[in-house]
Design a protein around this ligand. Structure first.
Ligand SMILES: Cc1cc2nc3c(=O)[nH]c(=O)nc-3n(C[C@H](O)[C@H](O)[C@H](O)COP(=O)(O)O)c2cc1C
Length: 184
């Protein structure tokens, strides 16, 4: 038997735990947590945002970083989603360390091992659509195997909209562009 849910209770999971890093006009770093986002082209990420300190910053700098929440960063990642940079310096309060991206005017938060550096390609406050051109990606060597990002080392988390929890991404269960070929 199928159970029907109203639209607002629909569950689109897995969702990412994207940590958006920005500077304000004085160079003060900030970070926010966003679940609504996806790769929208090669070298492009699209996020869906309300009005936040983060979007005010992006309007001023035209740049942002996107780090991926991990098992080791659950607590700070959630904090970045329940506090606003309009009130406190979240980076300081979370005890994080930042360095300026060499490519865009946005901070890289060193506690996160994988970070995209993005130029703002499009920001529309009406629809909340933020499109970023990924100009570079920084990966800590601790998460690499044979020069590639190793998800088993990164240990990324996802947001579960039904349980309001963060979950660790599980192991490999198949080969993409491979397992289906047997049915062709
Ligand atoms: C799990 C989680 C997911 C979130 N996803 C989004 C999102 O996709 N879009 C959005 O606008 N806000 C989202 N938020 C809310 C912002 O992170 C929150 O309003 C934050 O305080 C904004 O920070 P800022 O004001 O410092 O920019 C999310 C919060 C949490 C905890």
């Amino acid at each position: 038997m199928s159970v029907e849910f109203e639209a607002k209770k629909s569950v689109i999971t897995p969702e990412g735990v994207f940590i958006i890093g920005t500077y304000d006009e004085n160079g003060v770093p900030n970070a926010m947590n966003a679940a609504w986002g996806a790769q929208s082209d090669y070298g492009e990420i699209t996020l869906f945002l309300g009005k936040h300190k983060t979007t005010d910053n992006i309007e001023k700098t035209g740049a942002f970083t996107v780090a991926f929440g991990t098992v080791d960063t659950v607590r700070i990642s959630d904090y970045f989603g329940v506090e606003t940079g309009n009130k406190v310096n979240k980076i300081e309060k979370a005890g994080c360390h930042v360095r300026r991206s060499a490519h865009v005017n946005a901070p890289i938060i060193e506690e996160y091992p994988l970070t995209l550096e993005c130029k703002c390609r499009k920001w529309d406050p009406e629809t909340g659509v933020l499109v970023g051109e990924i100009v570079s990606m920084q990966a800590d060597e601790s998460i690499l195997t044979d020069g590639k990002v190793d998800q088993a080392k990164l240990r990324p988390i996802i947001f579960d909209a039904a349980g309001l929890t963060y979950r660790e991404v599980g192991g490999v269960v198949g080969k993409a562009f491979g397992d289906g070929l047997a049915l062709k």
